[in-house]
Design a protein. Structure first.
Length: 268
């Protein structure tokens, strides 16, 4: 994997990100399988490995706490990929013999994890529905949209990372700015984003990055969003699977964590 981009170092190294929404490597693989709309029983290992490694690299650049199990899975995927490239042994008649698919063990783990997550998700959904927190009800929007309306579901970390990767890719297509980028602290960026959200009920995920062109500005904005989620200053929802993502400002609850490095500071 490549070394972190130098523009990221001052922002991400000085601002460690720890989130309750963090999940494991199997969750990331299931996310990529859904994203690519492929069968869990016939994983395109080269494609999924490439996207998995790209996501891990981005997580490291963001200074997210990447556990060792993510790196173990990366090694597992690379090993499976290499075995898939080897020719199958031939039988005495010169015909390729049958051999266990190198992906079989991984598929079994994913299916087992998927069942566990489905059961846990059902329990969680019931609890959140009772608390009116899981699905964000909006009868007015539903009435306007009609049968095509899909309820918004709270976003997980990997969906945010996927959306951020798309923002970074689109930024590469913009004309280059010759002026050196302004280094904005994450705390200042949080205040800027909260001020913007105070003007409207919500904004699209991509709109958060509308006023930044450089790579460092993109990373600071994304780190600011993650910190706002951790501090329970905002909630982030997605319409349907891989649909548009929207960010909603919320009233900060009494049990919200304190900002990193400044336990007495409260953002309004």
């Amino acid at each position: 994997m490549s070394q972190p981009h130098p523009d990221f170092e001052s922002a991400s190294d000085a601002f460690p990100v720890k989130l309750e929404m963090f999940e494991g490597p199997l969750d990331l693989l299931l996310h990529l399988i859904r994203k690519n709309e492929v069968s869990i029983h016939d994983i395109p290992i080269a494609l999924i490995t490439q996207q998995y490694l790209a996501t891990i690299e981005l997580m490291q650049e963001l200074n997210l706490d990447v556990a060792g199990e993510f790196l173990v899975m990366a090694a597992t995927l690379i090993h499976i990929k290499s075995k898939m490239l080897l020719p199958r042994p031939e039988t005495a008649s010169g015909v390729e013999g049958e051999e266990d698919d190198p992906r079989d063990a991984l598929v079994r783990r994913l299916l087992e994890h998927q069942k566990f997550k489905a059961a846990a998700g059902l329990l969680h959904e019931r609890e959140q529905l009772r608390a009116a927190q899981w699905l964000r009800p909006d009868e007015r929007v539903a009435a306007i949209a009609g049968d095509d309306y899909e309820p918004e579901i709270e976003v997980d970390l990997f969906s945010l990372l996927t959306a951020f990767q798309a923002v970074v890719q689109r930024a590469k297509l913009r004309p280059k700015v010759l002026l050196p980028p302004e280094q904005i602290p994450v705390e200042v960026r949080i205040d800027q984003l909260l001020a913007r959200l105070s003007e409207t009920e919500a904004c699209g995920f991509e709109d958060l990055f509308a006023d930044v062109d450089d790579r460092a500005g993109l990373i600071v904005t994304f780190l600011a969003l993650l910190e706002m989620i951790r501090l329970k200053l905002v909630r982030v929802f997605q319409s349907g699977t891989f649909g548009p993502i929207r960010v909603y400002k919320r009233a900060r609850p009494a049990d919200a964590p304190h900002p990193i490095g400044d336990p007495e500071t409260h953002h309004g």
